[in-house]
Design a protein around this ligand. Structure first.
Ligand code: GDP
Ligand code: CA
Length: 311
């Protein structure tokens, strides 16, 4: 049996925690977004891979939702002394990960290999696969006519300016990870995690052939809506959908995902939209999806697996 998850950061990490609780972790694979990756101070930072790793290891900071627990910030303070760019906070513990990853990439290791080493060192029994070993970069167009990198929009500007478009630089030339191809094509269940549809799932689909591979097995795929009651639980997914002219609701999510998956899991608060989801072309499953409460993520993973495998 195998359970494969198309993954971004926080929403995917929570889902994956449920999956490793519900199933043998060795059968769980996340195919993870790398378009948020950024080089800072010469260090290769992979925010979504690290959020998944730290969450699955039980080491994520529970209040911030990113970075490591019991973090200190001395390196950032020293950087500030020199007037160095410190708008993107890297904790002292977290820096160890970026130093290791950067050195290994410099030595010629692939991101897939380094990620395997990092997840093993954290004791993860499941697999995290970067969608590609090539560099792809989310670029965001703003209403003030500027185009900026994703981290500058998201962290630097706290996503305060409306967007007019998003593109994934380098995606057309990127090669889909061969391990990801294997995982996706052989998965018993493929789940689109409740991640940002535009900037977490969007870049995965932009890597050539991924979308076709997913569409080809649509009946065994399930998506979980990141939009609950019209809003994102965290982050700008709801605003980004509206700013790009889509509907910030489970129906908007269904319109985006209907060619990719047969089933959409929506939260109980959206129960009255179930028939509209059906009209939009996806079979709705209504259940609790707010994963902060214990047991919800594992029940969600089990329900997704059952729906995908026809149980
Ligand atoms: P990021 O890369 O860290 O921004 O994380 P993702 O793209 O994976 O996830 C962001 C999305 O996850 C937001 O749209 C949230 O609404 C959604 N999300 C976070 N936690 C939960 C949850 O417990 N349940 C559901 N359904 N969605 C969630
Ligand atoms: Ca992200």
């Amino acid at each position: 049996m195998s359970h494969v998850v198309l993954a971004g950061g926080v929403g995917a990490a929570r889902y994956l925690t449920g999956a490793i609780e519900a199933f043998d972790p060795a059968t769980v694979t996340g195919v993870v977004n790398v378009a948020d990756d950024v080089v800072l101070h010469g260090l290769h930072v992979s925010p979504d891979l690290d959020t998944c790793t730290y969450t699955l290891a039980g080491a994520i900071d529970p209040d911030r939702g990113w970075g490591l627990v019991d973090e200190t910030w001395q390196a950032m303070a020293e950087l500030g002394r020199y007037g160095g760019a410190n708008w993107f906070s890297l904790g002292d513990r977290d820096l160890g990960t970026h130093l290791y990853r950067t050195a290994r990439l410099h030595d010629g290791a692939t991101l897939t290999e380094v990620t395997g080493e990092i997840t093993a060192a954290w004791g993860l029994a499941c697999r995290l696969l970067p969608v590609t070993d090539d560099r792809i970069e989310t670029r965001v167009s703003l209403t003030d006519d500027r185009e900026v990198g994703f981290q500058e929009y998201f962290v630097g500007m706290q996503h305060s300016i409306d967007i007019t478009g998003v593109r994934f630089a380098g995606a057309e030339q990127a090669r889909l990870s061969t391990m990801a191809i294997e995982a996706i094509t052989s998965a018993d269940a493929l789940v689109i995690a409740p991640s940002n549809p535009i900037v977490s799932i969007g870049p995965l689909l932009a890597v050539p052939t991924l979308q076709e591979l997913v569409e080809a097995r649509r009946d065994r795929n399930v998506a979980v809506s990141p939009i609950i009651g019209g809003a994102a639980l965290k982050g700008p997914a709801d605003r980004m959908l509206r700013e790009l002219g889509e509907e910030s609701s489970v129906v908007g999510v269904a319109r985006r995902y209907r060619d990719l998956a047969a089933t959409l899991v929506i939260d109980e608060v959206d129960r009255e939209l179930a028939s509209a989801v059906e009209d939009a072309g996806m079979r709705p499953i209504v259940m609790p999806t707010i994963m902060k409460q214990p047991g919800v993520a594992a029940a969600l993973a089990q329900a997704c697996h059952d729906a995908a495998t026809g149980v």
